[in-house]
Design a protein around this ligand. Structure first.
Ligand SMILES: [Zn+2]
Length: 94
């Protein structure tokens, strides 16, 4: 792993953690942090950390918080995540 790739991953991690941290206080700021993290991902082509991958809506570019900005359902072999802002549905096999 190259230095920049490592750094990019670290920054994404930090931004997403902050987004989580401040969501209740300032949701707009947390969406901004998530967008920044996503931009780093696009620019550097690193993979979004698994933990955070499902926490960002690619369509309307917001930070997804279960029961607040998204709904998460589990069925047989899939996790279904619905963005409550734009209605985008993401299905992830377990
Ligand atoms: Zn959305």
């Amino acid at each position: 792993m190259s230095y920049t790739e490592d750094l990019a991953k670290q920054r994404i991690e930090i931004l997403m953690e902050k987004a989580e941290e401040i969501f209740d206080e300032d949701p707009e700021r947390s969406h901004r942090y998530a967008r920044l993290a996503w931009r780093i991902k696009l620019k550097t082509r690193v993979k979004f950390p698994k933990k955070w991958k499902r926490r960002f809506c690619r369509k309307c570019k917001i930070f997804l918080v279960p029961n607040k900005t998204c709904r998460i359902r589990l069925n047989n072999s899939k996790v279904t995540i619905t963005c409550l802002n734009c209605g985008k549905i993401k299905r992830i096999p377990i």
